[in-house]
Design a protein around this ligand. Structure first.
Ligand code: TYD
Length: 273
């Protein structure tokens, strides 16, 4: 079954910057499409999921199969109670991790069967797959250096585990290029976001919508590139009206001071973190 909404997942190693990039993409997609944006995550996108997250990441040792089942249970509930209803109302749903994390970590990392782990999640979700999956690829050693705070149970699993998980992500991306976008997460944050916007717009057939929004925001300027939106003086932005100011630059909050009516900043809803 297809839905009127858009379903986007972010994948990658711990410390690859998924959370920040997902938020920035959500703000921008809300602006250019005018749609509701739901930012969510796995595990822990729902109240039940938050319990699963605590058990699986901050509890004692969990057997690999039990771990796979817990992530799949979180996913089943997340999809049934949050993701599908949002897609059915036409929202853009952006999830920080989804099914491919289970294949990378529980199959690649824990060395369970890839087929079993994938089929478990397909069963759990009635086969729901993202329209686009963005892999923020980074060397686990580089990513580990970015992490702060007390490492959780999965972050403590060791370099070999994380190397296998990375390889699994890359192999899956290569095998299914129509769904995946692979981006070098070691690049500067703004460059990563700009590349994500270009690739997501192309995959979701949003390029005309994006160009229209950019042209409405700055009709006298040459078409803004996706990643480097033209900067407008404050008074011009006010005249553009609702939803028309074009793409916020990566790293910018949709600026409350340079906006007319409420647009994407308010549309970014449902962050159940
Ligand atoms: P994440 O929320 O990305 O961690 P953090 O916020 O600490 O960066 O993911 C939590 C951990 O759970 C991460 O190490 C990956 C792991 N994980 C799996 O092993 N299988 C899964 O199916 C999912 C969704 C996550």
């Amino acid at each position: 079954m297809t839905f009127p909404g858009y379903f986007v997942s972010f994948e990658g190693g711990d410390g690859s910057g998924k959370t920040t990039q997902a938020r920035l993409l959500g703000e921008w997609l809300g602006e250019v499409t005018g749609r509701e944006v739901v930012l969510t995550r796995e595990p822990g996108g729902t109240p039940l999921g938050a319990e699963v997250r605590r058990l699986v990441l901050h509890g004692d040792h969990v057997d690999a199969r039990a771990e796979a089942l817990l992530y799949a249970a979180d996913r089943a509930h997340h999809v049934a109670s949050l993701v599908r209803p949002a897609l059915a109302r036409g929202a853009v749903v952006i999830t920080d991790r989804y099914l491919d994390s289970s294949v990378a970590y529980q199959a690649g990392g824990r060395e369970l069967s890839e087929e079993d782990v994938e089929n478990l999640s397909l069963w759990a979700t009635h086969g729901l797959l993202p329209d686009v999956t963005i892999l923020l690829d980074v060397d686990p050693e580089v990513a580990a250096a970015r992490l702060s705070g007390e490492p959780d149970r999965l972050e403590r699993a060791g370099q070999e585990f994380h190397r296998r998980a990375r390889e699994t992500f890359l192999r899956r991306a290569a095998a299914e290029p129509a769904r995946w976008v692979v981006i070098d997460a070691a690049a500067p944050l703004q460059d990563v976001q700009a590349q994500i916007r270009v690739d997501v717009a192309a995959r979701l057939d949003l390029t005309p919508v994006v160009e229209e929004a950019a042209a409405a925001a700055a009709p006298e300027l040459p078409p803004a590139t996706l990643g480097e939106p033209a900067e407008l003086p404050v008074d011009e932005v006010d005249e553009v009206g609702e939803g028309g100011e074009g793409a916020a630059g990566p790293g910018e909050q949709p600026g409350a001071d340079v906006r007319g009516d409420a647009v994407a900043g308010d549309a970014v809803a449902g962050d159940a973190r």
